[in-house]
Design a protein around this ligand. Structure first.
Ligand code: FMN
Length: 204
Protein backbone atom coordinates (compact mmCIF):
# COMPACT_ATOMS: atom_id res chain seq x y z
CA UNK A 1 0.00 0.00 0.00
CA UNK A 2 1.57 3.30 -1.02
CA UNK A 3 2.39 5.94 1.52
CA UNK A 4 -0.13 8.74 1.34
CA UNK A 5 0.71 12.43 1.50
CA UNK A 6 3.87 13.86 3.02
CA UNK A 7 7.07 15.14 1.51
CA UNK A 8 9.25 13.17 -0.88
CA UNK A 9 12.02 12.88 1.72
CA UNK A 10 9.63 11.33 4.23
CA UNK A 11 8.41 8.86 1.63
CA UNK A 12 12.00 7.85 0.91
CA UNK A 13 12.65 7.56 4.65
CA UNK A 14 9.60 5.37 5.10
CA UNK A 15 10.74 3.09 2.28
CA UNK A 16 14.03 2.52 4.08
CA UNK A 17 12.55 2.63 7.56
CA UNK A 18 12.78 -1.10 8.31
CA UNK A 19 16.49 -1.00 7.50
CA UNK A 20 17.13 2.22 9.44
CA UNK A 21 15.21 0.84 12.40
CA UNK A 22 17.35 -2.30 12.46
CA UNK A 23 20.60 -0.37 12.11
CA UNK A 24 19.58 1.98 14.87
CA UNK A 25 18.49 -0.80 17.20
CA UNK A 26 21.54 -2.91 16.61
CA UNK A 27 23.89 -0.06 17.36
CA UNK A 28 22.04 1.03 20.47
CA UNK A 29 22.31 -1.39 23.40
CA UNK A 30 19.39 0.30 25.15
CA UNK A 31 17.11 -0.93 22.41
CA UNK A 32 18.31 -4.51 22.17
CA UNK A 33 15.41 -6.04 24.18
CA UNK A 34 13.08 -4.81 21.45
CA UNK A 35 14.85 -7.05 18.99
CA UNK A 36 15.50 -9.93 21.35
CA UNK A 37 11.93 -10.21 22.63
CA UNK A 38 10.05 -12.66 20.51
CA UNK A 39 7.28 -14.95 21.72
CA UNK A 40 8.97 -18.02 23.14
CA UNK A 41 7.40 -21.45 22.91
CA UNK A 42 10.04 -23.75 24.40
CA UNK A 43 11.62 -23.09 27.77
CA UNK A 44 14.52 -24.53 29.73
CA UNK A 45 12.89 -25.92 32.88
CA UNK A 46 16.26 -26.55 34.51
CA UNK A 47 16.97 -22.80 34.82
CA UNK A 48 15.13 -20.73 37.39
CA UNK A 49 14.35 -17.10 36.75
CA UNK A 50 16.05 -15.15 39.57
CA UNK A 51 13.50 -13.39 41.79
CA UNK A 52 15.32 -10.06 41.18
CA UNK A 53 14.73 -10.40 37.44
CA UNK A 54 10.99 -10.82 37.96
CA UNK A 55 10.96 -7.98 40.50
CA UNK A 56 12.79 -5.69 38.07
CA UNK A 57 10.32 -6.58 35.31
CA UNK A 58 7.37 -5.81 37.57
CA UNK A 59 8.91 -2.44 38.47
CA UNK A 60 9.26 -1.79 34.74
CA UNK A 61 5.63 -2.81 34.22
CA UNK A 62 4.29 -0.19 36.62
CA UNK A 63 6.31 2.53 34.86
CA UNK A 64 3.94 2.25 31.90
CA UNK A 65 1.98 5.32 30.78
CA UNK A 66 -1.47 5.48 32.39
CA UNK A 67 -4.01 8.25 31.92
CA UNK A 68 -5.09 10.05 35.10
CA UNK A 69 -2.50 7.86 36.84
CA UNK A 70 -5.20 5.28 37.28
CA UNK A 71 -2.71 2.42 37.74
CA UNK A 72 -5.27 -0.01 36.31
CA UNK A 73 -2.93 -3.03 36.30
CA UNK A 74 -3.10 -5.91 38.72
CA UNK A 75 -0.59 -8.73 38.63
CA UNK A 76 -0.72 -12.22 40.05
CA UNK A 77 2.70 -13.82 40.30
CA UNK A 78 1.97 -17.54 40.30
CA UNK A 79 3.78 -19.96 42.56
CA UNK A 80 3.81 -23.72 41.89
CA UNK A 81 0.37 -24.34 43.41
CA UNK A 82 -1.30 -21.66 41.30
CA UNK A 83 0.59 -22.71 38.18
CA UNK A 84 -0.74 -26.20 38.86
CA UNK A 85 -4.28 -24.79 38.91
CA UNK A 86 -3.69 -22.94 35.64
CA UNK A 87 -2.19 -26.05 34.02
CA UNK A 88 -5.31 -27.96 35.03
CA UNK A 89 -7.76 -25.64 33.29
CA UNK A 90 -7.52 -27.54 30.02
CA UNK A 91 -6.19 -31.10 29.92
CA UNK A 92 -5.43 -30.82 26.21
CA UNK A 93 -3.11 -27.88 26.89
CA UNK A 94 -1.63 -29.27 30.09
CA UNK A 95 1.61 -30.53 28.53
CA UNK A 96 2.43 -27.17 26.93
CA UNK A 97 1.58 -25.27 30.12
CA UNK A 98 3.68 -27.61 32.26
CA UNK A 99 6.66 -26.77 30.07
CA UNK A 100 6.54 -23.15 31.23
CA UNK A 101 8.72 -22.19 34.21
CA UNK A 102 6.86 -19.05 35.38
CA UNK A 103 3.49 -17.42 34.89
CA UNK A 104 2.24 -13.92 35.58
CA UNK A 105 -1.44 -13.16 35.25
CA UNK A 106 -2.16 -9.54 34.30
CA UNK A 107 -5.60 -8.02 34.72
CA UNK A 108 -7.30 -4.69 34.16
CA UNK A 109 -8.96 -3.13 37.19
CA UNK A 110 -10.85 -0.17 35.78
CA UNK A 111 -13.55 1.97 37.32
CA UNK A 112 -14.98 2.38 33.84
CA UNK A 113 -16.65 -0.05 31.44
CA UNK A 114 -14.05 -1.30 28.98
CA UNK A 115 -16.38 -0.25 26.16
CA UNK A 116 -15.99 3.40 27.12
CA UNK A 117 -13.09 5.77 26.48
CA UNK A 118 -11.61 5.72 29.98
CA UNK A 119 -12.01 1.96 30.23
CA UNK A 120 -10.27 1.54 26.88
CA UNK A 121 -7.48 3.80 28.08
CA UNK A 122 -7.05 1.70 31.21
CA UNK A 123 -6.97 -1.40 29.02
CA UNK A 124 -4.31 0.24 26.84
CA UNK A 125 -2.23 1.14 29.89
CA UNK A 126 -2.20 -2.46 31.08
CA UNK A 127 -1.11 -3.62 27.63
CA UNK A 128 1.79 -1.15 27.87
CA UNK A 129 2.64 -2.55 31.30
CA UNK A 130 2.73 -6.09 29.92
CA UNK A 131 5.05 -5.01 27.13
CA UNK A 132 7.34 -3.26 29.66
CA UNK A 133 7.35 -6.47 31.70
CA UNK A 134 8.35 -8.59 28.73
CA UNK A 135 10.99 -6.14 27.50
CA UNK A 136 12.59 -6.01 30.93
CA UNK A 137 12.65 -9.81 31.04
CA UNK A 138 14.21 -9.86 27.57
CA UNK A 139 16.93 -7.47 28.73
CA UNK A 140 17.91 -10.20 31.19
CA UNK A 141 17.75 -13.01 28.63
CA UNK A 142 14.36 -14.24 29.82
CA UNK A 143 11.83 -15.16 27.17
CA UNK A 144 8.08 -14.76 27.41
CA UNK A 145 4.80 -15.27 25.64
CA UNK A 146 1.56 -13.38 26.10
CA UNK A 147 -1.25 -15.93 26.19
CA UNK A 148 -4.98 -15.48 25.91
CA UNK A 149 -6.98 -17.64 23.51
CA UNK A 150 -4.42 -20.41 23.17
CA UNK A 151 -4.73 -21.10 26.90
CA UNK A 152 -7.90 -22.94 25.97
CA UNK A 153 -9.47 -21.68 29.17
CA UNK A 154 -12.24 -19.19 29.80
CA UNK A 155 -10.96 -15.85 31.15
CA UNK A 156 -13.31 -16.24 34.14
CA UNK A 157 -11.65 -19.55 35.03
CA UNK A 158 -8.19 -17.97 34.91
CA UNK A 159 -9.41 -15.06 37.04
CA UNK A 160 -10.95 -17.47 39.54
CA UNK A 161 -7.75 -19.54 39.69
CA UNK A 162 -5.76 -16.51 40.82
CA UNK A 163 -8.50 -15.06 43.04
CA UNK A 164 -8.79 -11.85 41.03
CA UNK A 165 -10.95 -9.09 42.44
CA UNK A 166 -14.50 -8.63 41.22
CA UNK A 167 -14.72 -6.58 38.03
CA UNK A 168 -11.15 -7.34 36.96
CA UNK A 169 -10.73 -8.35 33.33
CA UNK A 170 -8.07 -10.69 32.05
CA UNK A 171 -5.31 -9.04 30.01
CA UNK A 172 -3.35 -12.22 29.64
CA UNK A 173 -1.26 -14.92 31.19
CA UNK A 174 2.39 -14.15 30.59
CA UNK A 175 4.43 -17.30 30.26
CA UNK A 176 8.09 -16.71 30.93
CA UNK A 177 11.40 -18.35 31.64
CA UNK A 178 14.80 -18.90 30.11
CA UNK A 179 14.23 -20.09 26.57
CA UNK A 180 15.48 -23.44 25.32
CA UNK A 181 17.26 -21.44 22.60
CA UNK A 182 18.80 -18.27 24.06
CA UNK A 183 17.25 -14.98 23.08
CA UNK A 184 19.14 -13.18 20.38
CA UNK A 185 18.76 -9.93 18.54
CA UNK A 186 18.94 -12.03 15.38
CA UNK A 187 15.69 -13.85 16.16
CA UNK A 188 13.36 -13.10 13.31
CA UNK A 189 10.12 -11.29 14.03
CA UNK A 190 7.08 -12.65 12.21
CA UNK A 191 7.02 -10.65 8.96
CA UNK A 192 4.82 -7.58 8.87
CA UNK A 193 2.59 -7.77 5.81
CA UNK A 194 1.83 -4.06 5.79
CA UNK A 195 5.25 -2.84 6.94
CA UNK A 196 5.66 0.73 8.05
CA UNK A 197 4.86 2.20 4.66
CA UNK A 198 1.49 0.44 4.77
CA UNK A 199 0.41 1.96 8.06
CA UNK A 200 2.02 5.39 8.12
CA UNK A 201 0.42 8.50 6.67
CA UNK A 202 2.91 11.34 6.60
CA UNK A 203 1.20 14.70 6.83
CA UNK A 204 2.55 18.07 5.82
C1 FMN B 1 -3.20 -9.51 23.46
C2 FMN B 1 -2.34 -10.62 22.96
C3 FMN B 1 -2.77 -11.93 23.09
C4 FMN B 1 -1.99 -12.99 22.63
N1 FMN B 1 -2.43 -14.28 22.79
C5 FMN B 1 -1.71 -15.29 22.27
C6 FMN B 1 -2.20 -16.62 22.37
O1 FMN B 1 -3.25 -16.90 22.93
N2 FMN B 1 -1.45 -17.60 21.84
C7 FMN B 1 -0.27 -17.34 21.19
O2 FMN B 1 0.34 -18.28 20.69
N3 FMN B 1 0.23 -16.08 21.10
C8 FMN B 1 -0.47 -15.07 21.63
N4 FMN B 1 0.02 -13.79 21.56
C9 FMN B 1 1.37 -13.57 21.01
C10 FMN B 1 1.32 -13.21 19.53
O3 FMN B 1 0.90 -14.31 18.78
C11 FMN B 1 2.73 -12.77 19.11
O4 FMN B 1 3.07 -11.61 19.83
C12 FMN B 1 2.81 -12.52 17.62
O5 FMN B 1 2.78 -13.73 16.91
C13 FMN B 1 4.08 -11.78 17.24
O6 FMN B 1 5.23 -12.53 17.62
P1 FMN B 1 6.33 -11.90 18.56
O7 FMN B 1 5.73 -11.79 19.95
O8 FMN B 1 7.46 -12.87 18.51
O9 FMN B 1 6.66 -10.54 18.03
C14 FMN B 1 -0.73 -12.73 22.02
C15 FMN B 1 -0.30 -11.38 21.89
C16 FMN B 1 -1.10 -10.35 22.34
C17 FMN B 1 -0.60 -8.94 22.18
Amino acid sequence: MPLRGGSRSLRVLAAFAPLLWLVRLQTSPAFSPLLARRSVVKYDLSKQVPAEVTAQALEAAIMAPNHFLSEPWRFYSCGPETRGKLCGLNEEKRKAAEGVPEMLVATVASEHPLSEKLGLEDHAAVACAVQNFMLSLASNGVGSKWMTGALGAAPEDVLAAVGAGSGEKLMGVIWYGFPAKPLSEDNKAPPRKRGLAGVLTSLP
